[in-house]
Design a protein around this ligand. Structure first.
Ligand code: ZN
Length: 112
């Protein structure tokens, strides 16, 4: 980001549902800048694909759950629906440039 060649991956531990990030934070060893890398386009595509896989998986699961087990079916749909919606939604929003973008957490140290 700042052009420093020595960068290390920093685990900041912010992986809440609303703080998902594709890569861990990066910290420049030279100037101390700390930033959150943007999600790559293939990463966003991957999340959309993942969501679709989850939906297909849920649909296939329906084939093996007896029709009278309504609460189980609802549970599976509920969980997969949420996971898929989140994954696909995040991927689409990332492609649109809404989320998952580069974020500067701490700027470069200015030389004293
Ligand atoms: Zn730097």
């Amino acid at each position: 980001m700042c052009g420093g060649s020595s960068v290390r991956i920093k685990q900041t531990g912010v992986f809440g549902w609303d703080q998902f990030q594709f890569y861990n934070d990066r910290e420049c060893k030279t100037c101390g800048a700390l930033w959150r890398p943007a999600i790559p386009r293939w990463g966003a595509g991957l999340m959309i694909g993942l969501g679709i896989v989850v939906l297909v998986g849920a649909a296939l699961t329906m084939l093996v759950i007896p029709a009278n087990e309504k609460h189980v079916r609802d549970l599976v749909w509920g969980f997969s629906g949420l996971a898929a919606a989140y994954s696909i939604g995040y991927g689409v929003l990332a492609l649109l440039g809404v989320c998952g973008q580069l974020g500067i957490r701490r700027g470069p140290r200015t030389p004293a």
